[in-house]
Design a protein around this ligand. Structure first.
Ligand code: G4P
Ligand code: NA
Ligand code: NA
Length: 192
């Protein structure tokens, strides 16, 4: 998505450790006009898919999922992060081991909000090693529902999450795939 790549070049800040900061427009301050265009683009890409629900994960995914959901006319469910859980049978849960944050946490979704007939589009802001996404996919499968596709705003193509998800045979569409970035001279290459 050209508009998004231009914005990343203009306002993204490349930090050491291969971290791309986009908090001036995507995941802290949010440019609603841009994110609305992102939502339209996901609709264009997944127009043929019989999606009846969007699933994301708190916190940064929620706003993006909501603006996207307007174009699909479907509800958004967001997975909640929990430090520890009492499994009382009322929730689906998955363990996420974040390499980025060097910690393990559980994500949960109430069983009330995903059922076997659901055809789900998963939306998130970033894809790095894909641990968070793997957890969401796990939850959808536990519910007996299907993943129609995954829409990511920024994929870090030099980390292994994208390959892992595509190898699962799931349709993954990332609006910008960063091939490489350099903190010293502030350059960024996108996959064509
Ligand atoms: P992981 O397995 O390495 O942990 O990668 P994953 O793709 O699951 O991403 C873990 C978290 O790190 C996600 O946030 C993701 O958005 C964030 N992240 C990864 N790389 C970058 C980056 O280069 N820049 C920024 N800004 N974020 C990055 P999260 O745990 O879902 O937290 P939240 O921000 O949504 O609350
Ligand atoms: Na996120
Ligand atoms: Na994030």
């Amino acid at each position: 998505m050209e508009l998004l790549q231009e914005r990343i070049r203009k306002d993204g800040v490349i930090k050491s450790g291969n971290v791309l900061k986009v908090d001036s427009f995507l995941n802290h301050q949010m440019d609603i006009e841009l994110i609305n265009e992102i939502g339209k683009e996901f609709k264009r890409i997944f127009a043929e898919c019989p999606i009846n629900k969007i699933l994301t994960i708190e916190a940064s995914g929620i706003g993006i999922a909501c603006l996207t959901a307007q174009y699909f006319n479907v509800p958004v469910v967001f997975a909640k992060k929990a430090q520890s859980i009492n499994i009382d049978g009322a929730v689906y849960s998955a363990k996420i081991e974040s390499f980025t944050h060097k910690k393990t946490y559980d994500v949960i979704v109430s069983k009330k909000f995903i059922s076997p007939e659901d055809r789900i589009l998963i939306i998130d802001d970033f894809l790095a090693n894909g641990c968070a996404l793997a957890g969401l996919i796990d939850i959808v499968k536990s519910a007996g529902a299907s993943v129609e596709g995954i829409g990511i705003v920024i994929e870090k193509g030099f980390q292994n999450g994208g390959e892992m998800i595509r190898n699962m045979g799931i349709r993954l569409e990332s609006l910008a795939i960063v091939e490489s970035m350099n903190a010293e001279n502030s350059t960024i290459e996108f996959r064509k």
